[in-house]
Each structure stands twice: as C-alpha cells, then as structure tokens.
Design a protein around this ligand. Structure first.
Ligand code: SF4
Length: 301
C-alpha cells in the first residue's frame, strides 16, 4: 500500500489512468514543491547534454515508445485527462495518490522536467506556450491553480532569445518559477558530477548571464559516491562547498534575483550504483554558513 514516504520516493514517469498509459505527463509527490507536481517530459528520447551521476534516468533502457500523437497534442491530451480526473475525484480514487492526506492533494505546479534537459527539446516553446494557456484557462474555475515551473540545467537559456521567451511564458504571463541547477562550481567536480558535454567555463559564463537576466531558485544536489578508500570514491567536502558558496555569493553581490537556494540529497534510487545520500547534518552546517545570503538556504535531506 502506498504511503506518503513511498510516494515521495517514486518519481516514475510511467503513469496509467483508467487504462490509458501516459507518455509525457506524470504526477509525483514533490518534497520541494510541497505537494503534487505534474511533470512534463518532452525528452522521450532521454536526450540530455548532461549525464549526472545521480540522474534517475536509466539510459541503458531503450527510449520510450513514441506516442501516436505529436508531442504537443500528446501533452495537451494527457494534461486534460489528468486534470479532469483530479477535478472529478477519480484520480484519488483510482491511483496510489489516494493515500495522500488532504493537505498534500493540492497541485502545486506543472513542471517541465522529465528525462532530459527540457529547454533543449524541439517542442519546448510550443508546449510551454500551450501549457501556460491551459493554466490561464483554468483561472477562476474554483479548482487548484498550480504555477508553471521550469527545472533546468540552464544550458538551453544561454541564447538571449531563449531567456526572453522563458521570462515571458514562465514569469510574465502568469505565476511561475525557474529552478536552476548548480551542483559544482569547480571544474574537476563539475566534470565528475555532471559529466556534461558543455565545457565547465562555458557553463559558468552562461549561468552568469542566466542569473543576471532571470529570477531563479538555485538547486544543488549534494551526494557522496562509493565507499571511502575506494579508487573512485568521493565525499562532498570543502572542495565542493567553498567554490559553490563563492559562486552563489558572487551572484548575490552582482544583484541576481535569487528566491532561494535548495541544498538537497538523494531521495530516490539513481540509475548509477554507488551514489549515496549525505547526512543531513552536513547540509545543515553548510546552510548555516550561507545564512548571511539575502535569501533562504533550504535543506532537503
Ligand atoms: S540534467 Fe537532469 S536529466 Fe540531465 S542528466 Fe542531469 S539530472 Fe539527468
């Protein structure tokens, strides 16, 4: 039987409602959103320009079978079915989310996340526009009013026109947030943790532009890897934290509009063995060190 803890740990993209298998839209219970989050997966080919060691996406498993409909139509059909089922109560009667207490049943966001970097998916712009219009159409109907959220490694926002588009759709045409990944601000650790095809220097330069132009929430995954003493093992320590704090402090000094900084660790099983959750005390100690920053630093162990 599902529990709140098991639902927090289950962020599977595979969802079925009344015999209809969903391909692009998936509900999850999100610790950091504070309730239900409706994920949108535009990366059905699992394409990403990062290969984070903690990523949950198992790229050894063949890509998801393409839906008969194009991505835009597929997302809108599934979103419509899901919200109708939520409005009618069928969703809670017929899925494991029925285990949720009332206070966790509100839909907090529709989040572009999924099996790869959403801003690089060819359908990103047309789908984000359509989803914003879908949310605007629900205003005033007495139901829940989720915000639109973009969860991104930022690389698709390096071109100026992509930042303008994102600001318009996610922040200006209705309530929304951008959650920006920054797991390492040191070249060696960036290469070890994010294994990106984008060079470290280009990433840092591009992220400087992103935070100068867009209000963001920063999200930092902090993990240990392997067992101490093993050749490839890694324990997150000062060599990770000091450059991160310096980078984020520098952004704050240059006037970046940072809403919050999330320090979090592994809550679900990553595809790669050896990735380990860090003790909450380490996250809390670092959050205390960052407490003079002009925004909250929040810990999600
Ligand atoms: S950026 Fe996200 S989807 Fe891409 S590899 Fe990292 S965790 Fe996975």
């Amino acid at each position: 039987m599902a529990t709140v803890a098991s639902l927090h740990a289950d962020h599977s993209r595979l969802f079925m409602l009344e015999g209809h298998p969903f391909r692009t839209v998936y509900p999850v219970l999100s610790r950091r959103s504070g309730g239900l989050s409706i994920g949108i997966n535009l990366n059905l080919d699992k394409g990403c320009n990062f290969d984070c060691i903690y990523c949950q996406v198992d790229r050894m498993v063949p890509e998801m079978e393409m839906k008969r409909l194009p991505v835009l139509e597929g997302v809108m059909e599934e979103l419509g079915l899901l919200f109708s089922a939520m409005d009618s109560g069928t969703f809670f009667r017929e899925t494991s989310f029925g285990a949720l207490p009332q206070e966790l049943r509100a839909v907090k966001d529709i989040a572009f996340s999924g099996d790869g970097e959403p801003t690089l998916a060819p359908a990103f712009r047309e789908v984000s526009l359509a989803v914003r219009q879908f949310l605007s159409g629900r205003e005033g109907d007495g139901g829940s009013h989720p915000i639109l959220r973009l969860i991104t490694n930022g690389s698709g926002l390096f071109p100026r026109d992509a930042r303008l588009w994102t600001r318009k759709i996610f922040l200006e045409e209705g309530p929304g947030e951008i959650w920006l990944k920054l797991d390492a601000a040191d070249r060696k650790l960036f290469d070890f943790i994010n294994r990106s095809r984008v060079p470290f220097e280009r990433m840092m330069q591009g992220l400087d532009q992103v935070v100068a132009d867009l209000p963001v929430t920063i999200q930092t995954m902090i993990l240990d890897y392997g067992s101490p003493g093993e050749a490839e093992s890694f324990t997150a320590g000062r060599d990770l934290w000091d450059p991160l704090l310096e980078k984020v402090s520098g952004w704050a000094k240059m006037g970046a509009r940072i809403g919050a900084w999330h320090l979090y660790s592994v809550a679900r099983s990553p595809a790669m063995e050896g990735v380990r959750k860090v003790p909450v005390e380490r996250l809390e100690a670092w959050a205390r060190e960052a407490s003079s920053l002009p925004f909250p630093v929040l810990v999600f162990p």
